[in-house]
Design a binder for this molecule. Structure first.
Ligand code: ATP
Length: 683
């Protein structure tokens, strides 16, 4: 690498630096020397030495992102009263971002600040290609290295996004999380190169101390909040993105951890990454580490430029930040109606009305917007880079087969690393099985024998169906954010995830039903004429469990919130149970409810179990209606054969999984509003 290519970027306004970047071969990798590297300092502390680590982050194609006259409107429905006093639904256009122009340059750390609801997240999500909404209209121009583009998503392999919440697999360590991401996304590197990159990144991010500690969650004790955030950032840095977006990365962290994270972002920018972050309530130390600052107020930019010049700028327009106070706190007060109200009250205006405060705030905002538009800040927003960038090809990084193997392995490891989960479910099943033994043993003979056997078998089917549905909802609901994040990253396709997950969970889906039958079968005295009856009941309960997990998976894919899905379980399951052939004789079910009976996992599970049980057991009782020996199967109204019951359980289970698979596709490819596409809105 030539000296010219090893550049320290501080501000891209320096024309020499811009020229050198533009003239270099785009395929060649530039290793941006950090001006300061607090992460290495962190490292040095963690490792007890000051050795400089070699760099894992090398930016090959710097990205400069520019937007002009950007307007984002949302169409929202609201109710209004008509002249005759009636209520009417109308659709209102609400301006979220108002004619914004701006630029984000490589080698800079830009912070976006503004009060809640001002449009920070909307801007960040639009610029990163993550804006998801079907009620938005967007107009304006978007330029990437001076080239007009229509969709930033076409360049998503050069852009990374770190969400506000750290969505990581709790049972994995930072090393494993990085390695998994590297295996999926870095197909051109050998195993050794991938491992080297992972280890370098761990070092650069100051994660050496906790590299083999589980990431953890509320249930599993794991790494600290700051380490988790740095792991989240690291997972996105593995692909050497030229641009990094972060949504409120310091939220929920204590001040010193937040500062460490911001210092990490600063050091990344010094390596050439274009770092952009929304930040909530930065301390003055954090504010000092911003290079560029964008202040947004009610959808308008009111400051865009070097962060350290912001205080002087606002002083010049009549708003001096008091000495020794945090500039970001002061700006937040300026951009907030409540801030103005406090100001007015401090000046003795105690009786001021809300409308008056709002009017004064509007005046203040107008002053800010006009001053900004007339200032030098708007004169330096033109693009300065013109190095061409390659669009993504649509292929995944590794083959579908490799994705499947990696996801299968991860799912399996995640299951066995969660012994508490397996233990809790097993204990639950054991308790239910013991309860069955206590209640139903001995089963007896005659009419009561038939009743007890039917009851015991229906209880076994119910136990397996309920626990499988609830377990499946809990599993996917917890995994859902991770699945969505990885899908947004284009890490893998839905198929490998789906098959990997299903296959990894399969052994556990055998374990629970077998456990219940092993405990109950001989203890309560079910059909012991031949061993095959034991195995057939096991198979019937496994198929019931399979259908239950499939149905639970479908519920959890359709209903995003686990609490809601769990709360709805009784409504979504009890009808199947009531019409499952035990409580109501199948001959008595009205036609319009028959469809519930036909898809009931309780019905087929119970019927298969009953056919198995009553195949050979003879009862010493006489049916009072027919005056014939009792025929339990006829009494229960069972018409389907054993094969039909097994077939129905498997077919319905597969059906639910197929629908769940397509729903997974749907939820992980959300609709994004297109730039300059007019929206047809019904009045
Ligand atoms: N799809 C949408 N439909 C209607 N209004 C929306 C939509 N998305 C965002 N908004 C509104 O746009 C405004 C800006 O939202 P945004 O999430 O960008 O704010 P923010 O500055 O990030 O706020 P916070 O700091 O609280 O997250 C808010 O008033 C929000 O209610």
């Amino acid at each position: 690498m030539t000296d010219l290519q090893t550049i320290q970027i501080n501000t891209a306004n320096n024309q020499n630096e811009v020229d050198s970047l533009q003239n270099k071969n785009p395929r060649e990798s530039v290793n941006f020397e950090p001006k300061i590297n607090p992460v290495n300092n962190l490292n040095a502390n963690a490792n007890g030495n000051g050795a400089q680590s070699s760099k894992a982050i090398e930016i090959s194609n710097p990205i400069e992102l520019t937007w002009r006259n950007l307007n984002i409107d949302a169409f929202v429905k609201k109710q209004v009263k008509t002249e005759n006093g009636k209520k009417k639904n109308v659709t209102e256009r609400r301006q979220i971002l108002k004619n914004l122009s701006g630029t984000l340059k490589p080698g800079q750390f830009t912070a976006i600040l503004g009060p809640s609801g001002c449009g920070k997240t909307t801007l960040l999500n639009f610029l990163s290609g993550r804006l998801v909404a079907n009620n938005m209209e967007i107009s304006g121009n978007l330029l990437l290295n001076s080239q007009e583009i229509t969709d930033i998503d076409d360049y998503s392999n050069q852009i990374a996004y770190v969400m506000q919440d750290d969505i990581l697999l709790a049972t994995f360590t930072p090393t494993e999380a990085f390695k998994f991401s590297a295996d999926l996304r870095l197909k051109n590197l050998s195993e050794q190169q991938k491992m080297e990159r992972v280890m370098k990144l761990i070092k650069e991010l100051g994660l050496t101390k906790c590299k083999d500690t589980k990431i953890g969650n509320a249930m599993i004790r794991g790494v600290s909040g700051g380490e988790r955030k740095r792991t989240s950032i690291g997972v996105e840095l593995l692909t050497n993105p030229a641009m990094l977006f972060l949504d409120e990365p310091t939220t929920g962290l204590d001040s010193s951890t937040a500062l460490q994270v911001v210092e990490l972002l600063q050091s990344l920018s010094h390596k050439g990454v274009n770092v952009v972050s929304t930040i909530h309530q930065p301390s003055s130390e954090i504010f000092d580490s911003f290079e560029r600052l964008i202040l947004i107020c009610r959808g308008n930019i009111i400051y865009q430029g070097e962060a350290h010049k912001a205080v002087d700028y606002f002083t010049a327009i009549g708003h001096k930040c008091p000495d020794f106070s945090n500039p970001s706190d002061y700006f937040m007060k300026l951009m907030n109606e409540e801030g103005l109200l406090i100001e007015l009250m401090q000046k003795g205006q105690l009786e001021i009305k809300d409308e008056e405060v709002n009017a004064q705030f509007e005046q203040r905002l107008e002053l800010f917007v006009n001053s900004y538009r007339g200032s030098d800040q708007t004169k330096v927003l033109d693009p300065t880079f013109n190095q061409s960038l390659q669009k993504n090809d649509d292929s995944f990084n590794v083959s579908i087969a490799k994705q499947f193997l990696l996801l299968l392995k991860r799912s399996f490891i995640s299951q066995i690393r969660n012994p508490m989960d397996v233990l809790m479910k097993s204990v639950q099943m054991i308790i239910f099985a013991i309860a069955t033994v206590i209640v139903f043993q001995p089963l007896g003979d005659g009419l009561s024998g038939i009743q007890n056997r039917s009851g015991a078998l229906f209880f076994l089917a119910t136990m397996n169906a309920f626990s499988s549905i609830q377990g499946s909802i809990a599993t996917f609901s917890v995994e859902r954010p991770l699945f969505l994040r990885e899908r947004l990253n284009k890490s893998y396709s839905v198929g490998p995830y789906f098959w990997g997950k299903n296959l990894a969970e399969f052994p556990f889906h055998l374990l629970y039903p077998i456990l219940t039958i092993v405990i109950t079968y001989y203890s309560i005295g079910l059909n012991d004429d031949a061993a095959k009856y034991f195995f057939i009941l096991c198979a019937a309960m496994i198929c019931t469990f399979f259908y239950g997990t499939s149905y639970g998976l479908l519920i959890s894919v359709i209903i995003p919130k686990m609490e809601v899905a769990m709360a709805l379980v009784p409504v979504l399951v009890i009808p199947f149970m009531v019409l499952g052939g035990f409580f109501v004789n199948t001959n008595n079910i009205p036609n319009y409810l028959k469809w519930i009976e036909y898809v009931s996992m309780f019905k087929y599970g119970f019927q298969a179990a009953a056919l198995n049980e009553f195949d050979t057991v003879n009862f010493t009782c006489i049916d009072t209606t027919t005056h014939q020996p009792c025929d339990p199967l006829a009494q229960l109204g069972i018409k389907e054969s054993m094969g039909a019951n097994f077939g129905a359980l498997i077919a319905l289970g597969v059906g639910c999984r197929v629908i769940a698979y397509f729903m997974m596709h749907l939820i992980s490819t959300p609709k994004r509003p297109k730039l300059n596409e007019k929206k047809q809105i019904k009045a």
